[in-house]
Design a protein around this ligand. Structure first.
Ligand code: E4P
Length: 217
């Protein structure tokens, strides 16, 4: 399973990269705004910097919502770096844009996926990734993991190449459950990734080993 970090924060991206387990980065307009990035040139420069830190797929989301604008914007984003993946919302014009970029060999990530039908359409249009938002479904008392399972079944049935990129991760358990289901990728905030490290028995065991090591001289 590939690990992407879901942030536009350069320090957190560097920390995950230094850990040696990072395969890519996802961002969205809200994450960019949180870092105070604004203006087309600043946004492009930020993506360029992320591409210099991480050698993997970097999702850059279009800000427009019409087919023509998404094509123009997506082409500009794709020109920033070969690792840029154009992130397109799951709307009617977005499906058309996915097909356009797929035909041109430009990687895409179809975002805001909340149903199996949407994931099926995105795969038909040739999306490289689909991003089901499991945390946001859980937030409204709907089983987000069940959606990941449904998409896995559908993609397996027809051997779609589209990769399931489980998004809107809220906890280490989300990551573990996505791995059990067979999501191809998780994109997660740094704390949930680091949460996988923790176990009190590891800490207790290490403290004992360190204490005993001192007796060995
Ligand atoms: C996915 O690509 C999105 O950027 C992200 O995972 C959304 O997460 P949130 O629901 O925590 O905002």
């Amino acid at each position: 399973m590939k690990f992407f970090i879901d942030t536009a924060n350069l320090e957190q991206i560097k920390e995950a990269q230094d850990l040696g387990i990072l395969d890519g980065v996802t961002t969205n307009p809200s994450l960019m705004a949180k870092e105070g990035i604004s203006g087309a040139e600043a946004i492009k420069q930020h993506y360029k910097t992320i591409c210099e830190i991480v050698d993997g797929d970097i999702s850059a989301e279009v800000l427009s919502t019409t087919y023509e604008e998404m094509i123009k914007e997506g082409e500009e984003l794709a020109a920033i770096h070969p690792n840029i993946v154009v992130k397109i919302p799951m709307i009617k014009d977005g499906v058309k844009a996915l097909k356009y970029f797929s035909d041109k060999g430009i990687k895409t990530n179809c975002t805001l996926i909340f149903s199996a039908g949407q994931a099926l359409l995105a795969a038909k249009a040739g999306a490289t990734y689909v991003s089901p938002f499991l945390g946001r479904l859980d937030d409204i008392s709907t089983d987000g993991l069940n959606l990941i399972e449904e998409i896995r079944t559908i993609y397996n049935n027809y051997m779609y190449d589209t990769e399931i990129l489980a998004a809107s991760i809220r906890s280490p358990m989300h990551i573990i459950n996505c791995a059990k289901i067979g999501a191809d990728v998780i994109t997660s905030p740094l704390p949930s990734i680091l949460g996988l490290l923790k176990h009190p028995l590891t800490d207790l065991g290490l403290a004992q080993f360190v204490a005993d090591a001192k007796k060995l001289g």
